[in-house]
Design a protein around this ligand. Structure first.
Ligand code: AMP
Ligand code: MN
Ligand code: MN
Ligand code: MN
Length: 286
């Protein structure tokens, strides 16, 4: 018997708001003894080809994925698509539309910041992202680099969030639509970091119900942004609602040292892992 297989099914690269290139992320995963890694950049599949190239040597299986920004019940949520076909036309077209939404949102964020006495944020954020998707993370890096905040964490307390300078409401895509794209592209839809949304019990039940109804399959029970109690709570939710359980670090790079690639709690007792679902890639089911 070999050791247990190490899965990390949620990670970002420079294709979105991570700081390692797709190839460097794959090498980092190898070094961390990850057996199965999903690259799940926000609203883009642009990193997949380079990650696949880097994963062509044996020892690590790359699962092509994406983290889609969606709206449900007037909130923003994130839905992971795992094992999607990165060339699927409907998925690609949908993500292209979301990136347009991001560009328009970035202009509104910069206008709001300018109104609060912080000019040049659009150009500043663009410098941080090297022409890839513009995320609030890049605005955060700009605000830190220009001395407006002491850390990215600090930015998400004092800027860019509801009631603070630089906040804008975003219209992404309805959750059901994103699930359709993922399924059309052969992927499995998973609710990312469910405890982060701070939903009441009844709202969480409604979300999970709507998600299942629309063809969603999994819940990210173990996440880099869940503590132990949140993990146990989400494990119970996954069992009650018969959702597969997923696990991912949500790694964004070495700048956030409290989140490590491949350093994850085991799935709690009684969860059914997403790698036992129909449609999971055979090579990655070790
Ligand atoms: P966006 O999708 O452009 O709205 O940006 C959301 C991203 O901002 C998330 O994916 C995280 O990477 C980052 N983020 C959100 N909240 C925080 C936080 N409190 N601390 C650090 N990063 C955060
Ligand atoms: Mn992010
Ligand atoms: Mn997320
Ligand atoms: Mn993420």
């Amino acid at each position: 018997m070999g050791r247990m297989c190490c899965y990390d099914l949620h990670a970002h690269s420079t294709a979105s708001d991570g700081t390692l290139t797709p190839a460097a992320l794959v090498e980092k995963a190898r070094a961390a003894a990850v057996d199965v890694l999903a690259l799940t950049d926000h609203d883009t599949l642009d990193g997949i080809a380079a990650a696949r190239q880097a994963a062509s040597r044996p020892g690590l299986v790359l699962v092509p994925g994406v983290e889609i920004s969606v709206n449900w019940n007037a909130m923003t949520l994130h839905v992971l698509g795992l094992n999607v076909d990165p060339d699927h036309p409907a998925l690609l077209a949908g993500l292209r539309e979301l990136r347009r939404t991001r560009e328009q949102r970035a202009i509104r964020i910069a206008d709001k910041l300018a109104g609060a006495g912080i000019p040049g944020a659009l150009e500043g954020a663009r410098r941080q992202c090297n022409g890839r998707i513009l995320s609030r993370t890049h605005f955060a890096h700009f605000l830190v680099a220009s001395g407006r905040a002491s850390s990215v964490r600090d930015v998400f307390k004092h800027f860019l969030v509801k009631g603070r300078p630089g906040y804008v409401h975003s219209d992404w895509v309805p959750m059901e639509q994103a699930i359709d794209w993922i399924r059309a592209a052969g992927g499995l839809a998973v609710i990312a970091h469910p405890a982060r949304y701070r939903l009441t019990r009844s709202k969480l039940n409604r979300l999970v119900g709507a998600f299942r109804e629309a063809g969603g399959l999994g819940l990210e029970v173990v996440s880099g942004s869940h503590n132990r109690d949140e993990t146990l709570h989400m494990a119970a939710v996954s069992r009650t609602h018969r959702l597969f359980a997923s696990c991912g670090s949500d790694y964004h790079g070495p700048e956030k040292p409290w989140v490590e690639l491949g350093r994850l709690r085991a799935l709690p007792e009684g969860c059914t892992p997403i790698w036992q679902a129909d449609g999971w890639p055979v090579a990655a089911a070790a």
